[in-house]
Design a protein around this ligand. Sequence first.
Ligand code: PMP
Length: 449
Amino acid sequence: MTLSERDRMVVWHPYTQMMTAGDAIPIVRGSGALLYGEDGRILVDAISSWWVTVHGHGHPYIADAIGNQAKELEQVIFAGFTHPQAVRLAERLVDITPEGITRMFFSDNGSTAVEVGLKMAWQYWQNKGEKRTGLLALEHAYHGDTFGAMSLSGRSIFTRAFDELLFDVHFVSSPAEALSDMDISSENSGTGNLRQEKIINELEKLTSERDFAAIILEPLVQGAGGMLMYTPEILDAIVCYCHTKDILVIFDEVMTGFYRTGTLLAALQCKESPDIICMSKGLTGGFLPLSVTAATEEIYNAFLDEDRTKMLFHGHSFTANPLGCAAANASLDLFEHPETKARITRICKIQDQGRQQLERHPMLKNVRCTGTILAMDIIVNEAEGYLNQIGAEVGKWFFNRGILLRPLGNVLYLMPPYSIEYDTLRKIQLMIGEALHEILGNSMGERKD
Ligand code: PMP
């Protein structure tokens, strides 16, 4: 039996309709932006394997750091004990996060980082003896697949089966420019002013009715909701407003962290700092599951008490796993290299050039770019959204040409590892037009006739 056949007998894959999905492709090696298949095929990983691989696959420096750490200490209980890699990583994260963020809580993945942030914010008010009953989030948000994270996410096809089990969260409109569901003219939406006004009005109304504990948002780019992008100005306005109402602000930087938006964290593009930041994905360079929920000293202090019931009741078996922390420290070493920074700057530029070129394409709309992420909506006749078939067709077209893309329905995006060859990235951008022409061209032609 082939590996794919054995897989089909025993494995259940994520976000996959197992009945209709094709066989899983066996990958046996990764190097830089390339993945090597068992059958000899080579794929360019243009989505960083679900947005995690920042320096490229199999980076020897990170691989060695993990190997060396494994020989020293692979795992230790993190309650009552600590280890050098965790302390070093926490110190470095304090240095690179915005001013005021001073405490690092470790967990394993993006969803748990969000759960921890939510628990911190919720219990903070309880420990202070103040009753806060509401939570705020953005429409089209995605914060993960655990129940707290799902509750904080926009209600969608992702949550539908579980909606009855989710707790109430108040959603305000997404600040994203690509959305047409805002009752404002496109002429004005470019400035963002009316969009901002609308969101602040919604917040004013909600906060006049109830005391909110926290707001959570994906800063600058709402990822799984469709790579929806918005400006630091609107983000600042939301953060400022929430702070005037004493509402804790949680930035979910699980996807945006580690230079995806051009800066180490999206938070560094804001004038006002959040109170809590969730990080994962690129934290370990994409090598191992690890996450950090970072908080201010004020939040941390609210959990200090003679009374043990006021501690944060949260922890995982693998909290601050030494191998994960070693990988994260190695990844941060790489980010300190001027060469890595130069590469990131260059990729931001190439992606923006791609935006300018694709903007004129008649089968695309809302072509947008933030930092290293380029995204666009394919114009379709049927309902847009995650289940739109065009994504699968475009994905297949690229796959057959050696490129791994996984569009979110009709939203096509490129989020490559920073080690990708510049010419390869440019080539993929150019191929988008060709793909659309081949896949949609005929039907567009018919309509024109
Ligand atoms: N938050 C955001 C913004 C994400 O993009 C994701 C994952 N796509 C998560 C949380 C959940 O992370 P994980 O899949 O590691 O649980």
